[in-house]
Design a protein around this ligand. Structure first.
Ligand code: SF4
Length: 238
């Protein structure tokens, strides 16, 4: 099959989703590589779902490449998970990063994550993500978002046309138990803070375990917001 460009809108997303959602994540990722070609550059956050999606993608397409956004304020266990996963899968995770913390403080003031978390995420996450997507000839945008994570993700489609490019969410319908079964079955390393109540793990300034807060939403960004902005990047504006 000749691959089509991920920027080609002529795909019936509803029909594809209806066909693939019942078949499982592996078939969905195979479909993605067959349809859009193998030049994908896959983002990893090193949360537990990254262990699943990176394993699936690297097994199906050994040429798949991976990257991560290093905000410099990730948990130490996140860097350890990166290294353990790289070794287990035999892959490399390319680092994308812009400002150091000192550079950010000099230009925008100390602890910007407290005074203006949107601006902080914009500098430390959204801009490096835009650069990764712009500089590298990515195919689709491939993400391990799941519908049962939060209300804001409850309607995530399996496949969506967003800002001029296709986005694929191959494990959108997975529950926590599905993730856990997959990790166990394949003996995959995963982020150790998950078992200490960290249901969503980002930067250490803005992540809390579930037993320290009242609601799931409050585990990230002090409950002030849920998303860091990278999933809202308009790919047509890169
Ligand atoms: S998660 Fe917090 S520290 Fe990290 S980039 Fe966003 S606001 Fe800044």
């Amino acid at each position: 099959m000749t691959p089509v460009a991920a920027t080609t809108p002529e795909i019936d997303a509803e029909a594809v989703a209806a066909e693939l959602e019942d078949k499982g994540a592996g078939e969905a990722i195979e479909w993605m590589f067959e349809t859009f070609g193998e030049s994908h550059y896959i983002a990893c956050s090193f949360q537990k779902t990254s262990s699943v999606t990176a394993h699936l993608a690297s097994r199906i397409n050994p040429e798949a490449r991976f990257f991560y956004l290093d905000t410099e304020v990730l948990f130490e266990q996140t860097y350890e998970t990166r290294d353990r996963l790289a070794e287990a899968l035999g892959v490399e995770f390319d680092r994308f990063h812009d400002l150091t913390i000192a550079e950010q403080a000099a230009r925008h003031g100390d602890e910007l994550w407290k005074s203006d978390p949107d601006a902080c995420c914009g500098l430390r996450k959204v801009e490096p993500m835009r650069r990764a997507l712009r500089e590298l000839a990515v195919g689709t945008w491939f993400a391990g978002l799941r519908r049962n994570q939060t209300e804001s993700r409850a309607q995530i489609p399996f496949l969506e046309w967003s800002g001029g490019r296709w986005k694929v969410h191959p494990i959108a319908e997975w529950a926590d138990r599905d993730v856990h079964r997959y990790l166990t079955k394949h003996h995959l390393p995963y982020h150790p803070l998950w078992e200490k109540g960290y249901v969503s793990i980002g930067d250490h300034h803005s992540t809390k375990p579930i037993h320290e807060v009242a609601t799931l939403e409050e585990t990230r960004f002090f409950g002030l917001k849920r998303e860091c902005g990278i999933h809202e990047i308009n790919l047509g504006d890169l």
